[in-house]
Write a protein that binds this ligand. Structure first.
Ligand code: SF4
Length: 343
């Protein structure tokens, strides 16, 4: 093992293999996993591991692959984190406390290749995939900061999760396992821009998590203008894949629809959306697009948002308007990193 391999991000099996290769009994792997996947800042705190083992772990391995660089707190309690990785790259995570749950929104890539025109992350290009350890450690860094493990995880930060599939699956195993963070699979949401082969692979993995799909337009011409992925996987193929996903998993899909004034918020747009979602087990989340975005992506008046909502409801869709959180600290994806780099 290399000296910069991280401990957070290893499965129980891998930890046992590591410790057995160091001539330790396998049960030390169980002990180590229990320490790693709770909010523990340093190897010194792992009090039931022998001092010599703790010393060797500290010398030869990296405990946490992420380090908090800066935190901003919104008046509504939302906390946004800029995290530094071992190679100096920066990623974002967001903590959203609510009365009945505490959600952490995590990143899966440094930047993103998908190029959605409304997204600050997409505009900055792509640097690299995150490791499973860097994905999981975002949750641990938040837990260390707020004092407890969040109840819910959404893969909705920087990057396209399904474009980093192996690390995504490994991180889900660690987050969901009783020896890991022990967060229920139904409390985990993976959000995609519509990477059809990835959705199929996720379906084959047989996990009961929630799939969220960023749709944002109900016809191919409009969707291709704002989401280049649509030129490869158009709406017909995407929707067929989603029907297959629901049949195989029996799970309701979340459809994300960012409302942009005059672009996708007309009655005709509502009609198209109702038509293409007919018969799909789904819930539509309407998101008034973030006010800092420029160009065609203007935020509609709240009266227009409500009108769009009622059109969809009358068309038989299950729909809600996403509650805005952290607006005063620019909580949308990519924004904090952008500001940090510009200062
Ligand atoms: S919206 Fe998501 S998929 Fe699209 S560019 Fe931004 S991070 Fe990538």
């Amino acid at each position: 093992m290399s000296s910069n391999e991280t401990l957070v991000g290893q499965t129980l099996r891998e930890l046992k293999e590591l410790l057995v290769s160091w001539n330790e009994p396998a049960y030390r792997g169980d002990q180590l996993a229990r320490w790693l996947y709770r909010p523990v800042a340093s190897i010194d705190e792992m009090s039931n591991l022998p001092v010599e083992l703790r010393d060797r772990l500290a010398q030869e391995m990296v405990h946490h692959p992420c380090m908090i660089q800066t935190v901003r707190q919104s008046i509504d309690g939302t906390r946004k984190y800029l995290l530094a990785l071992g190679d100096g790259q920066l990623i974002e995570s967001v903590f959203i406390p609510e009365t009945d749950r505490a959600t952490v929104c995590i990143s899966t890539q440094v930047g993103c290749q998908m190029g959605c025109t409304f997204c600050a992350t997409g505009a900055r290009g792509f640097a690299r995939n995150l490791t499973a350890g860097e994905i999981v450690d975002q949750i641990l860094q938040v837990a260390l900061d707020v004092g407890s493990i969040p109840t819910n995880v959404v893969y909705m930060g920087m990057g396209e999760p399904l474009a980093n599939f192996a690390a995504l699956l490994k991180s889900i195993e660690i987050i969901n396992s009783p020896w890991g963070l022990n967060i229920g699979i139904r409390q985990i949401t993976v959000s995609t821009c519509g990477l059809v082969p990835g959705i199929r692979r996720l379906q084959e993995a047989g996990l009961g998590l929630t799939l969220a799909v960023s749709l944002h337009a109900a016809d191919d011409e409009k969707r291709s203008r704002i989401m280049p992925i649509n030129r490869t996987f158009g709406l017909d193929e995407l929707l067929q894949t989603l029907h297959g996903y629901v049949r195989a998993t029996n799970r309701r899909i979340t459809i994300e629809y960012a409302l942009m004034a005059g672009f996708n918020d007309t009655k005709e747009d509502a009609r198209s959306l109702i038509r293409i979602l007919k018969g799909l087990l789904c819930h539509v989340n309407l998101i008034p697009v973030n006010p800092i975005q420029k160009g065609i992506h203007q935020r509609p008046q709240s009266s227009e948002v409500k009108k769009f909502l009622s059109w969809l409801q009358r068309g038989g869709l299950e729909v809600s308007i996403r509650k805005e959180r952290g607006g005063d600290i620019e909580a949308a994806c990519g924004q904090l990193k952008g500001q940090w780099e510009e200062t």
